[in-house]
Design a protein around this ligand. Sequence first.
Ligand SMILES: Nc1nc2c(ncn2[C@@H]2O[C@H](COP(=O)(O)OP(=O)(O)OP(=O)(O)O)[C@@H](O)[C@H]2O)c(=O)[nH]1
Ligand SMILES: [Mg+2]
Length: 350
Amino acid sequence: MFVDEVTIHVRAGHGGKGCCSFRREKYIPLGGPDGGNGGKGADIIVEANPHIRTLVDYRFRPHAFAKHGGHGRGSRSSGAAEEDIILPVPQGTLVRIKATGEVVADLVTPGQRVVVAKGGRGGLGNAHFVSATNQAPRKTQPGEEGEEFELVLELKLLADVGIVGFPNAGKSTLISTISSAKPKIADYPFTTLTPNLGVVRLEEGESFVVADVPGLIPGASHGAGLGTRFLRHLARTKLLVHLVDLSPDTGRDPIEDYRAINAELSSFGGGLEEKPQLLVANKADIPEAADHLKKLQAFAKRRRIPCHVISAATRQGLKELVYAIKKSLDAIERDGEATKRLVRRRPKKA
Ligand SMILES: Nc1nc2c(ncn2[C@@H]2O[C@H](COP(=O)(O)OP(=O)(O)OP(=O)(O)O)[C@@H](O)[C@H]2O)c(=O)[nH]1
Ligand SMILES: [Mg+2]
C-alpha cells in the first residue's frame, strides 16, 4: 500500500526527578547530601531510510512514546538516560507540526535525521545544591517534561523527471520501457493509482529517476478522476515529460489535451506550471494517428516548442527521448539560461 501522508502523535520521555538523600554510614557522621540527578528523557528522532518506500507503517502505528529518564538515587547515582526512539521514513519526507504547520524537517539524504521531540532534562538532586551557606539542602528539581506533538508526515517523492498526461496516454508503458520500473499497464483509464519511480540508466553509467503519476483529466484540480493529490510528488522534479496520446481512439484533440493538462498543472500551482516541459507525442506507431501527429507538430512549431515523437510500444524514438531528457537535466543543472534555450518554458497562453 502506498501511503504518502500520515498524522502521528509523538511524546518524548520526561526527565527523571532529582533525589533528596543524605549519606548515612557507620563512623561517618554528617555524611552530607548525596541525592543524584534524574536521567534525561528519551528523544524521538525521525530518520530518512532509503529502504523504506511509503509511510504505511505509521497508518497502523500512529503513536510513539519514548521512555522517561530514571529518577536520581542516593550515593549521587544519576537516573538512567533512556534510549531514543528512531522513526524511519522514506527519503523525501517532510515533517510538520500539525498545530502550527511549521516545517521541522525535510529529510532528503539517506540517514539524515532530526530530533522532532526533545526528551526532558533530568532534575538536579540535592547534592547539587550544597553551598557554603547551606550544607544540608533539601532542595531538588523535578524532571522537565518531554515535548509532545501531533506531527504530519508528508512524502514528496524524489525524482528528476515527472511524466504527466491523460489516463491511457502510455505513461506507465513509457516508464516501463525506459527504466527499471515495472508498473501495471492496461487498456483502461486510471490503471495507475499511485506513483511509480523508475531509474533510467544511460550507457555512460549516468542515471536519472523518473516518476509516473496517475493520469489527469479536466477538472482534476476539483477532484475529477483521482484528483491532483499525487501531483505533489512532482514538486521536486526538475523537468516534466508531457505525454500526449496521438491515438484517434481517445476521441479527443491532442492540442486540447495538451492545454487541458497544463491548465490542471496551473490550478494545482506549487510551481508545477513553471517547470520546464518536454512535449512528447506517444503512439506514433498507430497509422491512424498520422493526422493527430501532423496537427500537434504544426501547433508545436507555431509555439516554437520542441516536440518529440515516440512509440512507447515499439520503442520508436525512445533512445533519442532519453538523451533529450538527460541533456535537458544537465542544462537545468548547469544554469537556468541554457534551460530556457533547450527546454523552452511553456508559453503563458499555451
Ligand atoms: N499502439 C500503442 N499503444 C500504446 C503505446 N503506449 C501505450 N499503449 C497502450 O495504451 C494503453 C494504456 O497504457 P498505460 O501505459 O497503462 O497508460 P497510462 O498513461 O499509464 O494510463 P493510466 O495509468 O491509466 O493513467 C495500454 O493498452 C498500452 O498498451 C504506444 O506507443 N502505441
Ligand atoms: Mg499508468
